[in-house]
Design a binder for this molecule. Structure first.
Ligand code: NDP
Length: 331
């Protein structure tokens, strides 16, 4: 009998939360045999909506779900948590500057860090979704020093999956046979979706597509701007695919990446060659493999000059965000 795993979702009454909770309860995150204790957290103004989500989850009668806690109390929500999915965050409203959103969210993530390290399981695995995801994760990690640094990550799996999807659409190869795209850097429009090491149906994507102008241009901008394209088409943000990619991120982290494939995750850069020259301590998306519940950055990939400059540009943005966040916290 497998022991239940306690999963917390913050911002659980929001769009992504609503799409994510049922996927977790169905076993998409931790597998069909792992019982789930689900902790749903939101802020007081969303309390009624949160109760509504919990009611629907009860009504769905998921066999894997052993208990649902829906609360606006941060400490209660963090208690005994094994996997924390941090979706809650202040959205960027009309007329808001990036700095205004950053100020709101770094304060939230600094506050949640201490509750997590005090009340969650000591080896809690954390994935931050709320934007600016990389910098929120970095702040959380810095203010929760008892949580091992490698246990705090941010989500770039949606961007990774978008890249796989675009290659599949272009080549006609089913997405399950497209492998080893990479998202480098920030979960923002400076991210660098890289196909230099990717394969489709076992063949090099560069050779199969045979159109560098497309792969270096339209492909990159399509992946970078996919979120905006979905909002334009649907009038709502991409909650379904975001939720699905959260499940992929945690599943691969816990159960391992399939043999011969890697994924992309925002993780703390070790600096030096092991971190592809990205400054140590930045929360940067790298190609990683996972085994035994741990991720490792894929080593030794050849980086051409074009990739280098794109990787450096997104690192520069992260460095600027980090400085801004530190200044906002100090103010
Ligand atoms: P969503 O559920 O749509 O999004 C939540 C967060 O995820 C946002 O920061 C959003 O960034 C980010 N995000 C990352 N990737 C994606 C993606 N691909 N598509 C969409 N969003 C993405 O927002 P809602 O407003 O519906 O829900 C937010 C919840 O958080 C609410 O329930 C609210 O009550 C709660 N909240 C919690 C706070 C706290 O914990 N203190 C503070 C404020 C709100 P972006 O805004 O850039 O789209």
């Amino acid at each position: 009998m497998v022991s239940p795993v306690t999963v917390m979702i913050t911002g659980a009454a929001g769009q992504i939360g609503y799409a994510l909770a049922p996927q977790v309860c169905r076993g998409a995150m931790l597998g069909p045999d792992t019982p789930i204790i689900l902790h749903l957290l939101d802020i007081a103004p969303a309390e009624t909506a949160l109760k509504g989500v919990a009611m629907e989850l009860v009504d769905a009668a998921y066999p894997l779900v052993k208990k649902i806690v829906a609360t606006v109390n941060l400490e209660e929500a963090c208690k005994g948590v094994d996997v924390a999915v941090m979706v809650g965050g202040f959205p960027r409203g009309p007329g808001m500057e990036r700095k205004d959103v950053m100020a709101k969210n770094v304060a939230i993530y600094k506050g949640q860090a201490s509750a997590l390290q005090e009340h969650a399981s000591p080896d809690v695995k954390v994935v931050v979704v709320a934007n600016p995801a990389n910098t929120n994760a970095l702040i959380l990690s810095n203010y929760a020093p008892k949580i091992p640094k490698e246990n705090v990550t941010c989500l770039t799996r949606l961007d990774h999956n978008r890249a796989l999807g675009q290659v599949s659409e272009r080549t006609g190869v089913p997405v399950s046979d497209v492998k080893n795209c990479i998202i480098w850097g920030n979960h923002s429009s400076t991210q660098y979706p890289d196909v230099n090491h990717a394969t489709a149906g076992g063949k090099s994507v560069r050779e199969l597509v045979n159109d560098d102008e497309y792969l270096n241009g339209e492909f990159v901008t399509t992946v970078q701007q996919r979120g905006a394209a979905i909002i334009a088409a649907r009038k709502f943000s991409s909650a379904l695919s975001a939720a699905s990619s959260v499940c992929d991120h945690v599943r691969d982290w816990v159960h391992g990446t399939p043999e011969g494939t890697w994924t992309s995750m925002g993780v703390i850069s070790p600096g030096g060659d092991a971190g592809y020259g990205v400054e140590a301590g930045l929360m940067y998306s790298f190609p990683v493999t996972c085994a035994g519940g741990k991720w490792s950055i894929v080593q030794g990939l050849a980086i051409d000059d074009r990739s280098r400059s794109l990787m450096d540009a997104t690192a520069a943005e992260l460095k600027e965000e980090k400085t801004m966040a530190e200044e906002l916290i100090a103010a």
